[in-house]
Design a protein around this ligand. Structure first.
Ligand SMILES: C[S@@+](CC[C@H](N)C(=O)[O-])C[C@H]1O[C@@H](n2cnc3c(N)ncnc32)[C@H](O)[C@@H]1O
Length: 392
């Protein structure tokens, strides 16, 4: 089936996420991409704002075939040169004909050529109700929305966590989903390692996506935070899905004694202390998704000297980790890491120059990572630079 995605704030990252999961991904405009798949769930995609499915019929035929009752209709026009006016005209034209055919229709008012995610969500146009429809026009093609990014659910997963720490950075849950998805399609139940798990955002999102998770971190305090957060998410969101399957974590184990009890059934999550540059992880590791150490938090652009010092420190940890990992994972295992890049006076970000060293260690570096997949808010000093690797 053919779908259309409305890409998020960082379109190149959203596009890379779709390309990692689906076929025939084509960017059709700066913020739109089409792709083909059998099924798609917006709740698993961190980088797309809306997902719409191609409709076979004309929009009018499609609307006329909706079940009896009042229709709520929104129209988003993403065509080139579209305006609030063009979208409103389309919606009112459709309403007029439908009313003539005896249907009752409410049109959701456009403030722009397309409805914002919040407007679509609050009018119930997320595709769950048969008669609350958002049609999307992209040039001469029409789609119906089948999913809208649930902003409230992300905010809740982020803010309601019992253990948070601004000093290690707050990885947004949707970026954690993107890192996981960039590993490509993984069988349900695959085991994902985050060797810099911090407060556990990647672990939490991977669990919610149906994977087993394995988190390690240098800091005892972070292991405690991750454990509390994972226990919280396991008890709330996972309760129904995984009732009774979550096992108690083992006590944080010192480096080198992190082995699971031999012969025991694989736990849904395992979290323990470990230095990523030397730890011996317990197999299996089906994929690695993480945000590495990002250096010191910064509120102003660093001096050249400070930058050099930070680049050295972060570069050593990241390269040390990848070297240690390379002997412990199978060929073709995906490894996706968000590493730091620093804002400079000329308003560009300086990336760590480590991709050639990484290739020399026996990893394949994706082209999109070479081109740069930077995630940051406006004027943020430390950006996240996403690198996508596979063990040769
Ligand atoms: C940017 S934070 C990751 C935050 C995490 N994504 C979260 O959800 O909170 C980086 C983490 O790397 C850990 N760290 C730093 N050096 C490390 C090392 N050599 N081995 C393992 N963890 C390390 C820090 O303790 C910190 O928790």
């Amino acid at each position: 089936m053919k779908y259309l995605a409305v890409l998020g704030r960082e379109p190149q990252i959203s596009l890379a996420e779709l390309s990692a999961l689906y076929s025939d991904v084509k960017q059709t405009s700066p913020n739109l991409a089409t792709f083909t798949t059998e099924e798609v769930s917006i709740n698993r995609l961190g980088g797309s704002l809306k997902i719409a499915q191609a409709i076979e019929a004309t929009p009018l035929e499609f609307l006329r075939n909706l079940p009896e009752g009042k229709i709520t209709l929104g129209v988003s026009d993403y065509s080139k040169n579209a305006s609030r006016r063009s979208a409103t005209t389309e919606a009112l034209k459709l309403k007029k004909i439908l009313v003539r055919h005896g249907r009752s229709v409410r049109v959701v008012e456009n403030k722009d050529a397309f409805l914002s995610t919040a407007t679509s969500l609050h009018n119930g146009l997320s595709g769950k109700n048969d008669r609350k429809i958002e049609l999307v026009k992209s040039n001469s093609n029409w789609y119906k929305v089948v999913g809208i990014q649930d902003i409230d659910a992300y905010a809740k997963r982020d803010q309601a966590r019992p253990a948070r720490d601004a000093r290690v950075g707050m990885l947004p849950p949707k970026l954690a989903q993107i890192l996981i998805n960039l590993c490509g399609p993984l069988p349900k139940g695959s085991r994902i390692l985050d060797p810099f798990c911090g407060t556990g955002v990647v672990l939490q999102e991977a669990l919610l996506m149906g994977y087993q998770v394995y988190g390690t971190d240098l800091s005892e305090r972070m292991i405690d935070y991750s454990t509390r957060n994972i226990e919280w998410i396991s008890k709330s969101a996972l309760e129904e899905t995984f009732a009774g399957r979550c096992r108690e974590r083992r006590e944080p184990s010192p480096v080198k004694t992190g082995a699971r009890t031999p012969g025991s059934e694989k736990a849904l999550f395992e979290i323990c202390v470990g230095d990523a540059t030397s730890f011996k992880w317990q197999p299996p590791i089906d994929a690695v998704a993480c945000e590495s150490y990002l250096g010191q938090p910064m509120s102003q652009i660093p001096s050249d000297l400070k930058l050099k010092e930070q680049q050295q420190e972060c570069g050593n940890i990241i390269l040390g980790f990848l070297k240690n990992l390379s002997t412990q994972i199978k060929s073709n295992t995906p490894v996706v890491i968000a590493i730091p890049a620093w804002l400079r006076q000329n308003a560009t970000y300086e990336r760590l120059k480590i991709l050639d060293d990484i290739e020399d260690m026996g990893y394949n570096v994706s082209k999109s990572s070479r081109d740069g997949l930077l995630y940051h808010r406006e004027k943020q000093i430390v950006a996240r630079d996403i690198i996508i690797l596979r063990k040769n």
